[in-house]
Design a protein around this ligand. Structure first.
Ligand code: PLP
Length: 398
C-alpha cells in the first residue's frame, strides 16, 4: 500500500463544513434548512459584472502574467485602493487566487516550518489548516465574548512572543466574531511588531462590511510600517464573487513581494476569466456597497436582538463582517448543532449553525458557542430564530 503524507493527514476537517452531510440528509428528506452556518450570502453581484461576463468574447484563454493582468492591478489601484487613500503603487500588489491563496502566500513568505504566528482566538479556521500544511505553529491569544472580543492589553499579547515568533495575523473585520479592530488596537499590535521584528498580516477580506460611521483602519495606513505590513484581501465577499477566486496580497516590502512573485510563478497565474470579471466589478457604483451595508445592518440588528431575547442566549453586538458568535444554554454546542439537523423539526424546518469550538486554538474554549452567519433576508432570519428558540426549549427539556 502506498503511504499518504502526514502533512495532508494532519489537516482537520473544516469546522464550517463538518455538519454538511447531516444537512444534506435533512434536505433530501424534504426538510427546509436555514443555512446560517457559512459565509455565503445571497446578495447579488454588481450588474456590471454580470454584463461583463455575458459579453466576454474569446476564442481561447491564455495564461496571464503571474502577478495578474496589468489592467486588473492598475484597476485595483486606481478604482479601489488608492481611492481609499492607501497610496499603493504597482510594485505593491499581486493578484492571487482569492484570499485563500493570499493567506497561503503570507504563511510561506513570513514563517519557516517550526516557527510561530500569533493569532487572536476565535479565528478563521483556515488559518489553522494553512499553518498546519507548512508545519507552522499558531499561538492563539484569547479574546472574550463578554468583552466583545476586543484585543487584550499589549502586555498580554507580548507574553505570547517567543524567539520563534515571526508574525501576527489578524482578521479585520473578524470572521468569526464580527469585531472591527480600531486604530488604537492596530497601532498597539504594530508597536509589538516593530519591537520584536514581526510581520503584521491583516486579513481585510471583510473591509467593506463595517457598520460604524468610520471605515476600517487598514494595516496599510500605519505610518513608518512599510517593512512589516502585509494586507490580504479578496473580492469574494466585497462583490459577492466567492466563486470567482480573485484576491490580492499587498505589501510595500520589496522582499515580500519578490517572494510573492516567485510563489505566484510556481502556480502560473490566477484565473483569467475571473480577472476580467473582477476588472468590471471595480466599476460597481458606491450605491452597491451602501445598499449591501444597509441590508447587513438590518440583518445584524434583527439577528442579535432575536438571539438575546432567547432565554440563556448571549450575543455581543458585532460591528463588521456578517457573523456573530452566540453563547447558548447548552453544554456542547457541537452536539446541539448536529441534533438540530438530525432530530429537530419545527413545521418541517430546522437551522444549521457552526459550532464555535473549531474557531478556537485552545482546547475546551467556545464549547457552548456557535457562529451565526446572518446571510439571509430578515423574514428568513425570523423563521430561523423561531426554530432556534423552540429547539433550545426542547433540547433542554429532553
Ligand atoms: C477571514 C477570511 N479570510 C479569508 C477567507 C478566504 O476567502 P476567499 O478565498 O474566498 O477569498 C475567508 C472566507 O470565508 C475569510 O472568512
Amino acid at each position: 500500500m502506498p503511504h499518504i503524507s502526514r502533512l495532508a493527514d494532519n489537516l482537520p476537517q473544516s469546522a464550517i463544513r463538518a455538519l454538511t452531510p447531516f444537512a444534506e440528509k435533512a434536505e433530501a428528506d424534504g426538510v427546509k434548512v436555514y443555512h446560517l452556518n457559512i459565509g455565503a450570502p445571497d446578495i447579488k453581484s454588481p450588474q456590471v459584472v454580470v454584463d461583463a461576463v455575458h459579453n466576454y468574447k474569446f476564442d481561447h484563454l491564455p495564461y496571464s502574467n503571474s502577478l495578474g493582468t496589468r489592467e486588473l492591478r492598475q484597476g485595483f489601484l486606481d478604482k479601489y485602493y488608492n481611492k481609499l487613500g492607501l497610496h499603493l503603487s504597482m510594485e505593491d500588489i499581486l493578484v492571487t487566487t482569492a484570499g485563500s491563496e493570499a493567506l497561503d502566500f503570507f504563511f510561506q513568505i513570513t514563517t519557516n516550518p517550526g516557527e510561530e504566528v500569533i493569532v487572536f482566538e476565535p479565528f478563521y479556521v483556515n488559518y489553522n489548516s494553512i499553518a498546519l500544511k507548512y508545519g507552522i505553529k499558531l499561538v492563539p491569544i484569547h479574546t472574550d465574548i463578554r468583552e466583545g472580543f476586543r484585543l487584550p492589553p499589549v502586555q498580554e499579547i507580548e507574553k505570547a512572543v517567543t524567539p520563534r515568533t515571526r508574525a501576527v495575523l489578524i482578521s479585520n473585520p473578524s470572521n468569526p466574531t464580527g469585531t472591527v479592530f480600531d486604530k488604537q488596537e492596530l497601532l498597539a499590535i504594530a508597536g509589538i511588531c516593530r519591537k520584536y521584528d514581526l510581520f503584521l498580516g491583516s486579513d481585510e477580506v471583510y473591509r467593506e462590511f463595517c457598520y460604524s460611521d468610520k471605515p476600517i483602519f487598514s494595516v496599510m495606513e500605519i505610518d513608518d510600517f512599510d517593512q512589516y505590513a502585509i494586507m490580504l484581501d479578496s473580492v469574494s465577499k466585497r462583490y459577492n464573487l466567492c466563486g470567482a477566486r480573485i484576491g490580492t496580497i499587498i505589501s510595500r516590502n520589496k522582499e515580500v513581494m519578490s517572494l510573492g512573485l516567485r510563489l505566484a510563478q510556481a502556480r502560473l497565474c490566477p484565473p483569467v476569466l475571473a480577472q476580467a470579471a473582477t476588472l468590471a466589478a471595480l466599476d460597481a457604483p458606491e450605491s452597491y456597497f451602501e445598499e449591501t451595508r444597509s441590508e447587513y445592518i438590518r440583518r445584524r440588528n434583527f439577528t442579535v436582538a432575536a438571539l438575546n431575547r432567547i432565554p440563556g442566549v448571549f450575543s455581543p453586538m458585532p460591528n463588521g463582517a456578517f457573523y456573530t458568535i452566540a453563547e447558548l444554554p447548552v453544554e456542547n454546542a457541537a452536539d446541539f448543532c448536529r441534533w438540530l439537523l438530525t432530530d429537530f423539526r419545527l413545521d418541517n424546518q430546522t437551522v444549521m449553525l457552526t459550532p464555535a469550538a473549531g474557531f478556537y486554538g485552545t482546547k475546551g474554549q467556545g464549547l457552548n458557542q456557535v457562529r451565526v452567519a446572518y446571510v439571509l433576508e430578515v423574514p428568513e432570519l425570523e423563521k430561523a430564530m423561531a426554530v432556534l428558540e423552540n429547539a433550545l426549549k426542547k433540547y433542554n427539556n429532553k
